[in-house]
Write a protein that binds this ligand. Structure first.
Ligand SMILES: Cc1ncc(COP(=O)(O)O)c(C=O)c1O
Length: 407
């Protein structure tokens, strides 16, 4: 008798982005002809750069040529791309071997799948608020209890609040798997070296593992702020870094990412190389490699030249971030983030809940923002605004907020 995985029923029923879509649709139906403007979505809008496009075209041409056609590639990724990613780290002074790099179809799948290589009874700690995938993937696997409102039982929430500059204290009880994301989605906070060092020391002492999501690394312009956890002494002993071409190179639809699983990484009961070998086994068993055309583009994107080209696009999004900050500050609101990250984290006025303020901004200014409470209990009373978007669309939304939002 087949039965479903009942853990799916434990997931919070109103998944954030579907609830936003539902409410926006309902508003549109009641107000036909009103143009809805969006400041909510973390989706890229600018076209791929010239060198990426050229390399992807080359990839297509190869597939049309019987001499150069390739079918399945290595599950772990094209050797040239794995080596290019290792070089990318080396340019920052970090030594990563190519066989510690696993190319994937994105940071979302990797951040959801990585938990599968750890023991079922592992305790999980997350920043609160956090990118929902870390919690949801552990709920589906059965490590965490059911949702009550925005809170799941059995998870160690590490609150990120204005009081701690949106970077958490160490977990209050022993955590086996610790998810950290910097620059952070949704708060836009970026961890300092000292903050990460405390977690690395904790993880080594407790034989815990840090899953470090660096999907937004390229938005850091302050040279003092680390772009990789491996900039921290000892991190290779205790951390897996998950990364993405989505936001740094506009690959949200192309789909390409990578994870670094260092051989030095050990946890309770393992020797060096074991976790790397298990992730290798997981990927070779359950993943058939990223698209060869996407990987060609990735080789161009991660080269020194490719990164320079993409910087212009990052700068454009960060210009949006500055304009958004200025607009909400002018409205008298307290705005965090948006300096080394494409997200702004804004305190709602007059003690309004996140969803109340969502409704107000939608009904008065016709602008969709993201309620902070959808990212965890400490997100209540905040909204997330995204700097991704064409500058003209963003300016239109900001103009409407300036003119129409009654605060
Ligand atoms: C923190 C974080 N990690 C990962 C992702 C997804 O990355 P990818 O497109 O590579 O799957 C996102 C996307 O919004 C994100 O915010």
């Amino acid at each position: 008798m087949a039965r479903v995985n009942e853990n799916y029923d434990k997931l919070s029923s109103n998944y954030l982005f579907s609830e936003i879509a539902k409410r926006t649709k309902s508003f549109s139906e009641k107000n036909p002809g009103t143009e809805i403007l969006r400041l909510g979505i973390g989706n890229t809008t600018e076209p791929l750069t010239k060198s990426i496009i050229e390399k992807m075209h080359e990839g297509v041409d190869k597939l049309a040529d019987p001499e150069r056609y390739t079918g399945y590639g290595d599950e772990q990724g094209d050797l040239r791309l794995r080596k290019a990613i290792a070089e990318f780290y080396l340019r920052k002074g970090i030594s990563i071997q190519y066989d510690e790099v696993f190319v994937s179809d994105g940071a979302k799948p990797d951040s959801a799948n990585i938990q599968s290589i750890f023991a079922q009874n592992s305790t999980i700690a997350v920043q609160d608020p956090a990118y929902p995938v870390y919690v949801d993937s552990n709920v589906i696997t059965g490590r965490i209890g059911a949702a009550k409102g925005t809170t799941y039982s059995g998870i160690i929430y590490m609150p990120c609040t204005a009081e701690n500059d949106f970077f958490p204290e160490l977990p209050g009880r022993k955590a086996d798997i610790i998810y950290l994301c910097s620059p952070n989605n949704p708060t836009g906070a970026v961890a300092t070296r000292a903050q990460l060092k405390r977690f690395v020391d904790y993880a080594i002492e407790n034989k815990s593992v840090i899953i470090f999501d660096a999907a937004y690394h390229s938005f850091i312009s302050d040279p003092e702020l680390p772009r990789s956890i491996y900039e921290i002494d000892g991190a290779k002993k205790c951390s897996i870094e998950i990364n993405s071409f989505s936001k740094s190179s506009g690959f949200t639809g192309v789909r390409l990412g990578w994870s670094v699983v260092p051989k030095e990484l050990t946890i309770e009961g393992t020797r060096e190389g074991k976790i790397n070998a298990i992730w290798n086994r997981r990927q070779t068993t359950m993943f058939n490699g990223a698209s060869n055309i996407a990987q060609e583009g990735g080789i161009a994107a991660i080269s020194e030249e490719g990164i320079k080209e993409n910087q212009k696009i990052i700068d454009l999004y960060m210009q949006n971030a500055r304009a958004i900050k200025e607009c909400f500050v002018q409205k008298g609101l307290t705005v965090y983030g948006g300096e080394n990250a494409p997200y702004l984290w804004i305190k709602t006025p007059d003690g309004m809940s996140s969803w109340e303020f969502f409704e107000k901004v939608l009904s008065e200014a016709y602008v969709v923002i993201t309620p902070g409470s959808g990212f965890g209990p400490s997100g209540e009373g905040y909204i997330r605004v995204s700097a991704f978007g064409h500058p003209d669309t963003i300016m239109k939304a900001l103009e409407s907020i300036k003119q129409n939002l009654g605060i």
